[in-house]
Ligand binder design. Structure first.
Ligand code: BES
Ligand code: MN
Ligand code: ZN
Length: 497
């Protein structure tokens, strides 16, 4: 996708589509709007009146034909009755626009970019990310009717009157971020019969190698040798063996710190012997969404090359019932020596992450972030638009939340209430993996993980709500959302200063 700056409307090649934005009834670029009105003798304004178009977010008024020289005109609403207009509003609006352009087979568009929050760079990023993500679809297994045209993709975007200095770098970041989110979505959408732990590991290795990120894959024998028995216990019931993937990005200059990102990579979560109900298994091919976000972030970081050292660790396993599967009542010893009584085989994410966190800390990570579709309780608490964040370090949590807000992803803190550790007390081991109660499920998940952070500052992201979209909305397609990817990338960029 090429990105070009133009100063005036008449520099546009004939037939190029134009998008203008309205915050309610107010055009964000009054000058551009009056030029458009003059050029088409007031027809767009008249159409707005007749349609009673009020510039609301999600409403795009399209004017397909205004004359032989003109391209289609899109009038895009930004006014959100529930939120102030931010970069994320623009990302959403452009997501809807992107999808519409695809349906209209428009591959060149000019944007009269609204500059929001006084930041043209972040505004431009949000617009481009929205356009590209809005055009995402998972077509790998789609069958097309004969003669059905291929969906178009945007080839060129013109920005009207944006400072030239801003454009190149912001467009590059937007492209890399949108590519990364699309990769995370693809991996979540990929059926579990294809994307086994081994395939996920190989895919990760390919993406990492393509951008100079070092990769090491650990198989069962390696995991055994390092004492990662909690991790291993999860994969035991599956015909597809578990894998731990270590991705390592080292900047060329002195790093501003060493960060560890750990992702839950359960390629299918049946629940194991504590088998789930059929309806609850439907989206469990996406139980590797955390690992997908970590891989996508490392791929992006390898392309953007910020001066921060980053370890990315993917904990890949399939949770299946079988004669070899671990049973409720079994006890396993994690890498840090702590013993775990498995009281519920469906609380498997915390078992792989326990060893993943210890491993990552021991690689030299000074700060840890884990990302996981860990608990259904997170969806009960916060719904499917907001992920939970828990932490043992207030400063790190605040820094993460600031980056997430810039990236446009919604997180909300839950308390890591130590008193609740009593609920995980085992009679025979150091800890049990599930309280088997309905109380504070997300907090309990966080408390369990906090025993495996090797005293590092740590943030836990429970993305069980937003990892998946039931239906398309703005820049989301139905299925995997790639949630978490944008915040992880932004956090690393912000650490670099
Ligand atoms: N992967 C699930 C959590 C989940 C549920 C993610 C729905 C996304 C959507 C996790 O492994 C799980 O099964 N958690 C249990 C924990 C319980 C056994 C302590 C849950 O949420 O019921
Ligand atoms: Mn589970
Ligand atoms: Zn799971």
């Amino acid at each position: 996708m090429r990105v070009t700056v133009i100063r005036f409307l008449d520099e546009l090649p004939a037939g190029t589509a134009l998008a203008v934005f309205f915050d309610g009834e107010t055009p964000t670029h009054p000058d551009v709007w009056s030029a458009v009105q003059r050029r088409y003798q007031g027809a767009p304004g008249q159409l707005m009146e007749r349609r009673r178009w009020k510039g609301k977010l999600g409403d795009v008024l399209s004017v397909p034909w205004l004359g032989p020289e003109a391209g289609p005109l899109y009038i895009v609403g930004l006014r959100d009755e529930n939120h102030p207009v931010t970069w994320e509003t623009l990302r959403k609006a452009c997501g809807g626009l992107g999808r519409l352009l695809q349906g209209d087979r428009v591959d060149r568009v000019a944007l009269a970019l609204p500059v929001l929050e006084d930041d043209p760079r972040m505004s431009l990023r949000a617009a481009l990310e929205g356009l590209r993500l809005g055009q995402y679809s998972f077509r790998k297994y789609a069958t097309t009717e004969p003669g059905e045209p291929e969906l178009s993709v945007l080839e060129q975007v013109f920005f009207l009157d944006v400072p030239e200095a801003v454009v190149a770098s912001a467009a590059e970041v937007a492209t890399v971020v949108a590519d990364a989110v699309a990769l995370a979505r693809d991996l979540v959408n990929e059926p579990p019969g294809y994307l086994s732990p081994e395939r996920l590991a190989e895919t990760a290795a390919d993406y990492a190698a393509s951008v100079g990120v070092a990769v090491q894959i650990y198989d069962e024998a390696d995991l055994e040798a390092m004492g990662a028995h909690a991790f291993l216990s999860v994969g035991r019931g599956s015909e597809s063996p578990p894998r731990m993937v270590h991705l390592h990005y080292r900047p060329e200059t002195t790093p501003a710190g060493v960060l560890g990102l750990v992702g839950k990579g359960i390629t299918f979560d049946s629940g194991g012997l504590c088998l789930k109900q059929p309806a609850s298994m439907l989206d469990m091919k996406g139980d590797m969404a955390g690992a997908a976000a970590v891989l996508a972030a490392l791929w992006a970081i390898g392309r953007l090359k910020p001066p921060v050292e980053v370890h990315g660790v993917l904990c890949c396993a399939e949770n299946m019932p079988s004669g070899r599967a671990s049973r409720p009542g079994d006890v396993v010893r994690a890498m840090n020596g702590k013993t775990i009584e498995i009281t519920n085989t469906d609380a498997e994410g915390r078992l792989v992450l326990a060893d993943g966190l210890v491993f990552t800390a021991r690689q030299g990570a000074q700060k840890l972030i884990d990302v996981a579709t860990l608990t259904g309780a997170a969806t009960v608490a916060l719904g499917n638009q907001i992920a939970a964040v828990l932490s043992n370090d207030e400063g790190l949590q605040q820094a993460f939340l600031a980056s997430a807000r810039r990236a446009g992803e919604a997180f909300w803190p839950l308390p890591l209430e130590r008193d609740y550790k009593a609920l995980l007390k085992s009679d025979i081991a150091f800890i049990k993996n599930s309280a088997n109660s309905r109380e504070a499920g997300t907090i309990i998940g966080g408390l369990f993980l906090s025993e495996f952070t090797e005293d590092r500052p740590w943030v836990h992201l429970d993305i069980a709500g937003p990892f998946w979209a039931e239906k398309p909305a703005f820049y989301l397609a139905a299925g995997g959302t790639g949630f978490g990817t944008r915040s992880l990338i932004q956090f690393v960029l912000d650490q670099a200063g």
